[in-house]
Design a protein around this ligand. Structure first.
Ligand code: PAF
Length: 281
């Protein structure tokens, strides 16, 4: 397994590989867990070369504290990846390697998609995600790039990004991996205290109940139930609960025949912001 910190060295390696090579790419911000490893395993099956980037992208954080506290665990991440396969290439650049001297976001028009949920609550977040991925896709030139459905809205934004930037990469969405109690795997889970960790499971439990009751209850009833139940939980602070049409991620007011819906939650456990979502039908 090799770790590269500069674009030049990485590209030297990627460019000497034979022409029939296909590159699978997993962009990450590190603090890797089994969810990331499931993306890596899929990429290993479908490509001849697999690149994992580990880069905490400053432009996608709207909160300095969140950026500075984001876990940085390159040594453990490398160990976990080397246990998965010795053939993985890690790209762990500095901000200057990715951005040059201007560490700032490009302004994208992702349409209405960017104004819902995460876009509404984290100003500039998707411009930051789009900008860093545009840089990374141009550096690595992957055939396929793999993203988890935990960030379901991000996955839709990335699909739009590759159209806007005309990038020749296939975006592959992969299912959410969960802890045994149901909590969606996330790098941020490492920051939870024991008490917060115990309570965080509440997020996936509410999603499960919403899924079970989706046929017989109205969207308004389900939303009311979720919001009221969160209000009673002292350990979690609900930012949003939304049921949305999976096509455009617009908040749904009423169920419509033939449409597919997902429920989405963002909630704070102390300072740690957690998100999750679940297909309802
Ligand atoms: O999902 C993430 O970890 C990040 O948003 C990504 C895609 C690596 C871009 O920084």
């Amino acid at each position: 397994m090799k770790i590269y910190h500069t674009t030049k060295r990485l590209q030297e390696i990627l460019h000497v590989t034979p022409i029939e090579t296909s590159i699978g790419f997993i962009p990450t911000m590190g603090a890797l867990h089994e969810g990331h490893i499931s993306l890596v395993e899929r990429a290993l099956k479908e490509n001849t070369v697999v690149v994992v980037s580990i880069f905490v992208n400053p432009t996608q954080f709207d909160n300095e504290g969140d950026l500075s506290k984001y876990p940085r665990t390159l040594e453990e991440d490398s160990k976990l990846l080397s246990q998965t396969s010795q053939d993985i290439i890690i790209f762990a650049p500095t901000p200057a390697e990715v951005y040059g001297t201007a560490i700032k976001s490009k302004k994208y028009d992702f349409g209405k998609l960017a104004n819902e949920m995460e876009g509404k609550h984290r100003k500039g977040h998707f411009d930051g995600v789009g900008t860093v991925l545009n840089h990374l896709f141009r550096i690595i030139e992957p055939d396929r790039a793999y993203f988890g459905e935990k960030d379901f809205q991000q996955l839709q934004i990335v699909k739009k990004l590759v159209v806007l930037e005309n990038l020749p990469v296939t975006i592959v969405g992969c299912p959410i991996l969960r802890e045994t109690d149901g909590l969606a795997m996330s790098s941020r889970n490492k920051r939870l205290t024991v008490e917060q960790r115990e309570n965080a499971v509440f997020i996936s439990e509410i999603l499960k109940i919403t899924q079970q009751q989706f046929q017989e209850k109205t969207i308004e009833e389900l939303t009311q139930f979720a919001e009221n139940t969160f209000a009673e939980n002292k350990h979690l602070d609900l930012e949003y609960f939304e049921i949305a049409n999976i096509k455009n991620l617009k908040t749904a007011k009423k169920k419509k025949e033939g449409k597919k819906y997902r429920a989405f939650i963002a909630a704070f456990a102390g300072e740690v912001r957690l998100i999750d979502n679940l297909a309802l039908n």
